[in-house]
Design a protein around this ligand. Sequence first.
Ligand code: HEM
Length: 137
Amino acid sequence: MGEHGTQTMLERLGGAEGIRRWIWRFYDRVGQDALLAPLFPAELTESRVKQAAFFLEFFGGPPEYTQRYGQAYLRFKHRRVTIGRAERDAWLAALLASLREEVTDAEVVAEVERRIGPIATSMINHDPARKDAYYFR
Ligand code: HEM
């Protein structure tokens, strides 16, 4: 429990185990998604491990992601992934849909959307309307 007996975000997400189940579900979806799957490696185990470590740290858990993989620099790490608005939307929709399968509290899902949505938007590095325009690379 956090201050005043309220649960922390990490607790509301089911702790490390809950985040792990959430991210495993997320990559099940990614692997089935026509738009997203081609962007990811065929073998998703490493992606699952990294992403779960990232979110655990992001939501207040131990800094395992940073210790293993260095500072996030997420935009830089996504520079070879073509991310337009559609890819961003599909990625976030898959993330939230898998979370809804894991937690019953809609407020938790809304809070994740508030915190992750803007970061997902900042990952957009491609505008399909501008033929060969890759900006901010
Ligand atoms: C809030 C938004 C996002 C976060 C927090 C996030 C997080 C991450 C992390 C932590 C990694 C592993 C990087 C590493 O340590 O090597 C990663 C990789 C990757 N991300 Fe994202 N990402 C986001 C958005 C997106 C979006 C919108 C897409 C595409 C639709 C995407 C596609 C990928 C791909 C293809 C990889 C490389 C494969 C992999 O290592 O999983 N990401 N992302």
